[in-house]
Design a protein around this ligand. Structure first.
Ligand code: NAP
Length: 258
């Protein structure tokens, strides 16, 4: 079932808050529907983002009121928050702007990862808690939490960090930091190689739930390494959720035209 055109043949305008694989997949699927106008919004954090199909706008809206003004000015009929599960501020802004304007909102959130037998996971609530946990777990750390937030680890002078990110991180960062610029998807063979070559003894990750970055968890399990995993921030209450692109498309099909 596809969302289809609005009554009278007018285009329905869908705004996707993006920055994830799912957001790009959703844009590609929705663009195949001639009854829809599809715009994706990116924050502009990555220097050379992978651009989704359809229209793209880049940069912040200026808080919830800026987003609400954009929804009104661009006659948006439905808003899909397909941001990363850790993009907490944007998700909150989306919920506020949707409440203010009456634009229907869906959160597209892939499920988090599940530990399996053999995993040695240490769940923590924040990057600061991850930093607190590290000295007791090891000395050579593979940090895959993204280029933002390295300040939380900056005081750990005794530890050696391998930081992987798409673009180079900004200071402050730990004294002993090597940077690996790369962007997923990653392979199991590649992740094994990194852990061995750098003699990593702890992996740090956010619970993004992404298939593209899951092989590092398997590689850590194989090598019996502890994994410090930052659990997800809470989602704004009252926002309906879809776990995958087909469910988001079904939601859109059931959303009345405005
Ligand atoms: P955030 O902390 O929740 O948002 C901070 C501000 O960035 C927002 O208030 C908004 O500015 C702007 N912003 C965020 N996402 C936006 C979007 N899709 N379109 C337009 N403006 C956006 O966000 P974040 O965690 O820095 O994430 C930024 C982007 O990177 C998101 O698109 C997210 O999907 C992606 N991403 C994040 C992570 C992560 O770990 N956090 C990982 C991978 C990808 P205004 O208030 O001015 O509107």
């Amino acid at each position: 079932m596809t969302p289809g055109p609005a009554p009278g043949g007018a285009h329905r305008h869908v705004l996707i808050l993006g920055g994830t694989t799912e957001a790009r997949r959703l844009a590609a699927e929705l663009c195949a529907d001639p009854g829809l106008r599809v715009t994706s919004s990116l924050a502009g954090r990555v220097a050379e983002p992978r651009l989704p199909a359809g229209e793209v706008r880049i940069g912040g809206f200026g808080g919830p009121s800026g987003l609400a003004a954009w929804l009104r000015a661009q006659h948006v009929d439905a808003l899909i928050d397909a941001t990363h599960p850790f993009a907490e501020i944007m998700s909150r802004n989306a919920a506020q702007a949707a409440a203010e304007t009456g634009v229907p909102l869906l959160a597209l959130r892939r499920p988090g990862w599940r530990a399996v037998e053999g995993d040695r996971w240490h769940p923590v609530g924040s990057l600061a808690e991850a930093a607190d946990a590290l000295p007791a777990l090891g000395r050579r750390i593979f940090l895959t939490t993204g280029r933002q937030g390295l300040a939380a680890f900056a005081h750990l002078d005794e530890l050696r960090f391998l930081v992987r990110s798409v673009d180079a991180p900004d200071a402050p960062m730990p004294r002993h930091t090597a940077i690996l610029l790369d962007r997923g998807p990653f392979t199991l063979a590649g992740e094994r190689e990194i852990l061995r070559e750098h003699r990593i003894d702890v992996l740090v990750t956010k619970d993004s739930g992404a298939a593209a970055t899951a092989p590092k968890l398997t590689a850590a399990r194989e090598l019996d390494l502890p994994v410090v995993i930052v659990t997800r921030p809470p989602s704004p209450p009252g926002v309906p959720r879809a776990e995958d692109v087909p469910a988001a498309i079904r939601w859109l099909a059931g959303t009345p035209s405005r």
